[in-house]
Every structure is written in C-alpha cells, then in structure tokens.
Design a protein around this ligand. Structure first.
Ligand code: 7TS
Length: 413
C-alpha cells in the first residue's frame, strides 16, 4: 500500500512515540525483544483508547443518542480502515474478534460445519497451536482428517509433498504466512493457487505477517485471513477475521446473543446480515477504535524502509551470534529470508535460564515452545529462546542482547 506521506523509519525518532521504552528494568534500559508475543503501543493508540472512554463511551449499534451514534460511527470506521489496510474492498468481510485465536476458532467451528466424514484439512508443520487445535476440534466433530505439509531442515515448507497432499477430498488449506517460531515467510499465493485448483479454500494465519508485511488478501489469494491488533501496535483483546463476503454469507453463526439476530421468538431466531451475525454481544469497542490509530500509525511508515530496518536488525543479530559461535539457529539462515523472530538454542544453557539472565540485564526475550510444539519436535527440541524485532528496536538493542548472551555464557562457564 503506497503512502504519499510515508516517513523513513528512524528508530531514534520512533522510539519517543513508545512511552514504555523509557522504563528501566532491573536498573537497565528496557530492551524489548519479545515483539512476536506482543508489540508495544505508541502514545496515539493509548490516547485513542482513553479518549474513547473519556469522551464517547456508549454501546454500539443500538442507541439513538449522540454518544451511541458516535461510538458506532467510530467502530464502523475502524472496520473500514482494517479492510482497506488488507486490501479488502468490502468491509462486510471483516469480523472483529478477540484476536487471531478467536478468528481461527470461529472459522473452524462455523465453516467447519460443512465438513463431512473423510474430508481433508491440510495444515503445516510450522503452525502456531491456534491454527492446529481448532482444526483438530472441527475434524473430531465432523469425522474429517487433518494432514500436514512437512518442513525442511532449514525451516521452509517442503512443497514437494504438496501435489500428493491435495486432492478431491481437500476442503481447506490453513497455513501461516510467517512462522512465529522460525521467522519463515511462506509462499502463500503459490500454495493458494494449488489449493484452489482442487477446489479447496485457503485460510491464512496473518498474526505474524500483518505487523511486518503489507498483507493484501487479493495478492495472497486467500479466502479467509486472521490477525491480532496487539501484535501490530494495537490493543490486546482485539483482532480481525476477514472472510470473502460471499463465503461469510454462507456461514452459520458462531456465538448466539445480542446484536447477531434479526428476530427472536421463544423457540427460534433468525440471524443478522454479515458481519453482525458473527459479533454477538458487546464487543471491545475501545480496543477496536484504538486499533484504527495503530493502523494509521503503521500506514504512515514507508513499508520498504520498515522492511530494510527490520532485516538490518536481523542480519546484525545473526552476524554477532555467529561471531560468538555455538548457537543452533532455527529457520532460514539468511536474514533476508526471515521476518520478526530469531529462535535459537544454546547447547549448554536452558532457554529459561538464558531468559532469566537476559532479564536481569533489562533484555526481554521469550523462552519455551512458543505455542509451536510440532516445530520443536521436528528439530528434536523441547524449548528454545527467541528474540524478536520490531520497528522501534535498534542496533543498541542488539548490542545489549549480545552482551547479555555473553554474560550468560560466562555465568554458566
Ligand atoms: N498465530 C501465530 C502465527 C502467532 O504467532 C500467534 C501468537 C497466534 C496465532 C495467536 O495470536 P493471539 O493474538 O490470538 O494470541 N503468537 C505468540 C507468540 O509467538 N508468543 O506469544 C504469542
């Protein structure tokens, strides 16, 4: 999405927009490298959320009074903004959710009602649990079968298996665009084209791509795309599920309750049009409205400069870790082939110990299986450490991370 007002990414100026980066942790400057788990919020987003509560708070889609009309207008403006951000021309395809997890559950549950015994769902070996377990649940309920595209030693999808995996019984291919554990960027459009040739739908987990890449649902060839606001500078508890409107229209409600109905009798109900049919109850209104501020912020940046900046950080971190030697780095080995996450294992130090020592130096990384146990099993590991970068990180952050890794090795030597 080109933006005439785009400004180059200069972390020195960007950092000032994120108040939390002024915090000191254990007496040290905060070095926040857990962006794959959640991103920090710029002042504009924090202000948008609190401004809503100070000035506009009212429930949406129901009141005639001024506040309710204003809240509804802002909430619906956010829907249009999210649609535009992902290149969807019809905002009716956007369902607000609690996040990627809820979006994928909604899809698997509601669209999954179409599955018949013996139908096949294809996932990949690098999915986050939230793009696996909802499909297992749907498969168990409908007697369907879940198959997977395996991954190679260097953390890419092994597409040599694709032709044999896809067939007349394949009903949906559900895959992540960017792996939260490997940093791999998957060739979604190519896989989507193959899936469509056998008549299958394509669902994309964009939790890790929406923050970093310009996701365009048309370019991806996706039928459904799920993502979370909190990973892209927005508030927690908000996400979006985009479904091609013609497909969404055929889907049964996910949850029943207020606002998703047309008429209710004592023994039955008829349902609202999309997307209201999928938004039962009072939504996270403040969060949805603040999400728009996050997208506005992201959209002001030059995407090419953002990408260069993040690739520079990844390349620098990889280079300095290789200088230290001995780390096992998961996923594609070239910085250009990965986005966001740098997942690694030290042969001697448990990731939890590593994370604890780094925290004492003010450096926040994640340790564990990152909700991707199959990936870890594939590489014979139970847990790894993961540093992940975003737009406000800089080379000083990488230096602090490397120094803390050296401290950890000295400590355990
Ligand atoms: N899909 C992917 C690829 C993810 O990385 C995550 C969250 C989710 C789905 C779920 O998103 P949510 O907003 O509904 O929770 N990933 C991580 C992570 O890597 N560490 O903490 C959360």
């Amino acid at each position: 999405m080109s933006n005439l007002m785009a400004k180059p990414v200069d972390p020195a100026t960007l950092r000032a927009d994120f108040p939390i980066l002024n915090r000191r942790i254990n007496g040290r400057r905060l070095v926040y490298l857990d962006n794959t788990a959640t991103a920090q919020k710029p002042t504009e987003v924090i202000e948008a959320e609190s401004r809503y509560y100070r000035e506009t708070n009212a429930n949406v889609h129901r009141g005639i009074h001024t506040l309710s009309a204003e809240a509804t207008a802002a909430y619906e403006a956010s829907r249009a903004r999210v649609a535009r951000f992902i290149g969807a021309n019809d905002p009716r395809g956007i369902v607000f959710t609690r996040g990627t997890t809820e979006g994928l559950n909604l899809l698997a549950h509601s669209w999954g009602l179409n599955l018949e015994p013996g139908d096949e769902i294809v996932v990949t070996e690098m999915e986050h649990h939230s793009n696996l377990v909802p499909w297992f649940l749907a498969a168990e309920q409908r007697g369907a079968v879940v198959k997977h595209i395996p991954i190679t030693d260097d953390g890419r999808l092994d597409l040599s298996s694709l032709a044999s995996l896809l067939g007349p019984r394949t009903k949906i291919v559900a895959l992540t665009q960017v792996s939260n554990a490997l940093g791999t960027v998957n060739p979604v459009a190519e896989i989507a084209a193959a899936a469509h040739r056998v008549g299958a739908l394509v669902a994309v987990d964009a939790a890790q791509s929406a923050p970093h890449l310009m996701v365009d649902v048309t370019e991806l060839g996706a039928d459904a795309v799920a993502f979370s606001a909190h990973k892209m500078l927005g508030p927690t508890g908000v996400g979006a599920l985009w479904v091609r409107p013609e497909l969404l229209e055929t889907m049964a409600p996910y949850q029943g309750g207020g606002e998703m109905i047309r008429e209710v009798y004592l023994d039955r109900a008829t349902y609202a049009e999309i997307p209201a049919r999928f938004e039962a109850g009072t939504p996270n209104i403040a969060g949805v409205i603040a999400y728009q501020a996050a997208i506005d912020y992201l959209d002001r940046l030059d995407p090419a400069a953002l990408h260069r900046h993040e690739t520079m950080l990844m390349a620098y971190a990889l280079e300095r870790m290789r200088e230290m030697g001995g780390f096992r780095i998961l996923g594609p080995q070239a910085a250009e082939d990965r986005v966001g996450a740098l997942t690694f294992a030290d042969p001697e130090i448990h990731p939890h110990d590593l994370s604890t020592i780094l925290d004492s130096a003010g450096v926040a990384i994640r340790a564990g299986h990152h909700c991707a146990q199959p990936v870890h099993r594939r590489y014979g590991l139970v847990a790894t450490a993961r540093a992940s970068f975003y737009l406000y990180n800089d080379r000083d952050d990488v230096d602090a991370f490397i120094e803390a890794l050296k401290d950890a090795r000295r400590y355990f030597a």
